[in-house]
Write a protein that binds this ligand. Sequence first.
Ligand SMILES: Nc1ncnc2c1ncn2[C@@H]1O[C@H](COP(=O)(O)OP(=O)(O)OP(=O)(O)O)[C@@H](O)[C@H]1O
Length: 311
Amino acid sequence: MTDGQRSPTSDGQIVVSGLTKQYKNVRAVNNLSFTVAPGRVTGFLGPNGAGKTTTLRMLLNLVTPTAGTATISGQRYADLSTPLRQVGAVLEASSAHKGRTGINHLRVICAAAGLPKQRADEALALVGLTPAAKRKFKGYSLGMKQRLGIAAAMLGDPRVLILDEPANGLDPEGIRWMRGFLKNLAHEGRTVLVSSHLLSEMQLLADDVVIIAAGQLVRQGPVDQVLGSMAQSARVRVRTPQAEVLAAALKAQSATIETDEQGVLLVAGVDAPTIGRSALAAGVELHELTTERPDLERVFLELTAGKAGIR
Ligand SMILES: Nc1ncnc2c1ncn2[C@@H]1O[C@H](COP(=O)(O)OP(=O)(O)OP(=O)(O)O)[C@@H](O)[C@H]1O
């Protein structure tokens, strides 16, 4: 199918519907439904054993679902006419023939997939591995192997990228590179689905999150919205030598106030600008005004509490 023939509504979208995988004694994925939009990075999150890898493998036709469907641009992976040009996947740290150079590894894939040879050079440049093109795979660091895996996934210039724990084993510089790279692919309009249990990383990387635990959907939505759904627990920390005066002014605006130390108010129910204005109006001096946003890590632990047991 060419670009022009793709349905504009389904192009690049991933739709998982009622997906279930029953292994002998384990229901790895249980009636799971979610969608992944193009032009965004979607973080696929869950504790160990939650069913992330099984879901991605079903999406890529590597595991047969017990029930339900998973489609990419409206089609099952098995039915895609040119899968490598439509979907790039990195499921684990790239493996390659140890004695083969990076560039040759990619050229072999190009030849097998009927892709032009120069795509190997382009993909290698895309991931910043050109200087190591002629080095043998066995000498590559883990970070370089991850990049080579991504280069292989990019050979067909796919609209959709699916990556299982791509930051695993990377050093901080490698993680920073990966973040920029994936965000850029999403800005180009591609669909980027990334599984991870590194929540703090997802907070920096993802536009949307799909959170699962014990094979089931826990929450799906824009990162801000998922964090915002916990907004009732967002508080503003205020330090002032006139705590009692300010507390009285804020209570008149239905704020909820706790104190944890002398001269500090923990204020919920009103935002920082409102508190600043109230302080100004009451002639109260402020020494600190900090919004304490709930972070994804805390939200995640709360959402998956009780389901996060190792399976
Ligand atoms: N081939 C298999 N046979 C039997 N059970 C399996 C198989 N593959 C996975 N499981 C089980 O299914 C559950 C989900 O595993 P899965 O690897 O999908 O989770 P995950 O979220 O990717 O976890 P992790 O973050 O640890 O990789 C686990 O209990 C796992 O032991």
